[in-house]
Design a protein around this ligand. Structure first.
Ligand code: UDP
Length: 332
């Protein structure tokens, strides 16, 4: 089977490409390298182009029959989406629709979409299951929810089958140490904590310690990138077996506070990490934890790396790898 991985040079996409190749799938990657790295694509055919460009889509779909599409190519910064909604709606919504229309043109029927816990907005209850109300509070979350709804309509009208995977906090790195997170700028907690641990930042700032949680810092559900890949593989296989379109929340089911992440990281790296306490980041709910039972029962998904120390240890191995090309301006 041949899988088109859109955004296959990015953080989660590059792990997915490796996962698919290791299991014998044919892979084509379409990526404009705006946030990805060519050297992160370990195998498969690479098409350098934008998912909004007709020629790039033709190049990606036209060479060999594609059996399924996984779509990782989206902008992911919530704060930026508030400042620049046009950028987010253009890429994450309009260009995603162009991708879906290319699938229609090339008669590709199976689609796996990277969705997000941000579609739920401020949680009404926790852990959050699939039926929790969708009230996204920023353009990033709203765009993802729009695509989920678009996919329902495309299934009803065109028979395009999809699985929306709503990630909670994707984290960790390739257990082999070959791939990891290289966002520029980095905004995610675990890589920032580890960069502070490695001395590449002066400290980590905790965004608020006055939340209504046991230690006052926000609680999140960190899910290993390799376990996310497993869920994508199972989801696509389910569609290939004739399964209906579906949505799944993907998390560990275990919440960890910012302070627990820092303490676990200190244990992993073996020394103290400089911490400063700052104000809350706008739009951060106190607690986001997934109820992933549906993915476990329907997909047979079994996350392997549920231990926070393991997730951080894999990220640390990547962070301390001598050969990682460090983006400029990462210090301080
Ligand atoms: N966070 C923090 N300092 C940072 C970055 C993140 O305290 O420099 C907190 C953030 O407020 C949230 C948690 O860490 O409670 C996870 O944030 P991240 O940006 O990694 O993921 P998000 O939950 O926003 O998807």
């Amino acid at each position: 089977m041949h899988v088109l991985v859109v955004g296959g040079a990015g953080y989660i996409g590059s792990h997915m490409v490796k996962w698919l190749r290791q299991r014998g799938f044919e892979v084509t990657v379409l990526d404009n390298l705006s946030n990805g790295y060519r050297d992160a694509v370990k195998g498969g055919r690479f098409v350098h182009g934008d998912l909004g460009e007709r020629a790039a889509l033709d190049e990606a779909f036209g060479r060999a029959p594609i059996d399924g599409v996984m779509h990782f190519a989206s902008y992911i910064q919530v704060g930026e989406s508030v400042q620049e909604p046009a950028k987010y709606y253009l890429n994450n919504v309009s260009k995603t629709q162009q991708l879906l229309d290319a699938m229609r043109a090339y008669r590709v029927k199976h689609f796996i979409f990277s969705s997000t816990a941000a579609i739920f907005g401020e949680p009404e209850r926790t852990p959050i299951d699939e039926s929790h109300p969708k009230q996204p509070i920023n353009p990033y979350g709203r765009g993802k929810w729009m695509v989920e709804q678009m996919l329902q309509d495309y299934d009803a009208a065109y028979g395009l089958k999809s699985v929306c995977l709503r990630y909670f906090n994707a984290a960790g790195a390739d257990p082999d140490g070959e791939l990891g997170e290289r966002h520029q700028p980095e905004t995610h907690l675990i890589p920032l904590v580890l960069q502070a641990a490695a001395g590449r930042r002066s400290h980590i700032t905790v965004f608020g310690d006055d939340y209504e949680t046991p230690d006052g810092t926000c609680i999140r559900d960190y899910i290993h990138v390799d376990d996310l890949c497993q869920a994508h593989g199972l989801a696509l296989q389910r569609l290939w077996a004739g399964g209906a379109s579906a949505v799944y929340n993907l998390g560990n089911g275990n919440g960890f506070s910012v302070r627990e992440v820092i303490e676990t990281a200190e244990a992993v790296v073996g020394h103290a990490i400089p911490v400063q306490y700052g104000v809350r980041r706008p739009g951060d709910p106190a607690r986001l934890v997934a109820d992933s039972r549906r993915a476990r029962t329907e997909l047979g998904w079994e996350p392997r790396y549920t231990d926070l120390a393991t997730i951080i240890a894999h990220a640390w191995r990547w962070e301390t790898r001598a050969t990682v090309a460090r983006p400029a301006g990462e210090n301080g």
